[in-house]
Design a protein around this ligand. Structure first.
Ligand SMILES: [Zn+2]
Length: 107
């Protein structure tokens, strides 16, 4: 499991029409995460209080039409997303993206 997470997705694609970030893993598995959800789940210190773990910016705070304006790979473990609301400190690790996508596919 951990070994699997060492590898990033084969492809990360922002789909403007669907409003989702599409992740292709191992060429066979495709997952999509809505932009707004992803923005609302930003794990950075601005959005989550590091001491208390309390979220100070959530999905309901995110604009309905929020979208990534830039994506930058960080090492081989994460992607940094620059959002249209000018927020750009969020680092989304592969593990975190997997986790979010996993909650979507359940049920
Ligand atoms: Zn953030």
């Amino acid at each position: 499991m951990l070994g699997e997470l060492m590898h990033g997705p084969d492809q990360i694609q922002a789909d403007w029409n669907r409003g989702t970030l599409r992740l292709t893993w191992s060429a066979i598995e495709v997952q999509e995460i809505p932009f707004r959800l992803l923005r609302g789940l930003c794990p950075c210190a601005v959005c989550v209080n590091e001491l208390t773990g309390e979220r100070t910016f959530g999905v309901s705070d995110a604009a309905e039409d929020v979208r990534p304006e830039g994506m930058e790979l960080v090492g081989n473990y994460a992607v940094k997303i620059s959002w249209s609301d000018r927020h750009q400190t969020g680092l989304y690790t592969w593990e975190y993206l997997r986790k979010i996508a996993g909650t979507l596919s359940k049920g």
